[in-house]
Design a binder for this molecule. Structure first.
Ligand SMILES: [Zn+2]
Length: 164
């Protein structure tokens, strides 16, 4: 069991945070963006960046080559749908994708939007960590978090309408 501090300040005791989010025991900030039989998409709670989406496998797996054929298809379709929504409702021109297999969570992909202010931290992969830290240390205020929640709502609506 691990203790996880939630954005509400509550402590949740979980074996696996991904399993806890998927089962609904832990609620990610702003709720589910889209969910299928195989994947779950939500905002990352630790880094308040508008339109930063985490796409996580529902199965308790960690590596790309553990995905079965149905999951692979679902994965690429979901990435595409989320990406289109980021472009259309948030005007996001570029996204950085990142996943690491030595995770304590399930296999998950970070979709990190690229904003103008991020250029101050360099380009490409080396800018990722400073950008995330900057967001956590400087954008964790009520006003910005409201914008983040509004962005989640816009993405959710756009994706919902797209799949009809
Ligand atoms: Zn799990």
């Amino acid at each position: 069991m691990r203790n996880i501090r939630l954005s509400s300040g509550e402590i949740a005791q979980v074996d696996c945070l991904s399993c806890a989010i998927i089962s609904g025991q832990v609620k990610p900030n702003g709720g589910v963006i889209i969910e299928t039989d195989y994947f779950h998409a939500h905002q990352d709670v630790a880094y308040p960046i508008k339109g930063l989406v985490i796409l996580a496998s529902k199965r308790h797996i960690h590596c790309f080559d553990e995905l079965n054929n149905d999951e692979k298809l679902d994965y690429i379709n979901l990435l595409t749908k989320i990406r289109q929504a980021q472009r259309e409702v948030l005007g996001i021109e570029y996204v950085y994708y990142f996943y690491n297999e030595d995770t304590t969570h399930h296999f998950h992909t970070w979709m990190v939007p690229r904003y103008e202010w991020m250029n101050a931290f360099g380009r490409s992969v080396e800018s990722l960590r400073p950008v995330l830290l900057h967001a956590r240390n400087n954008l964790s205020n009520e006003e910005h978090e409201k914008e983040v929640r509004e962005a989640i709502e816009l993405l959710r609506e756009s994706i919902k309408n797209r799949s009809l």
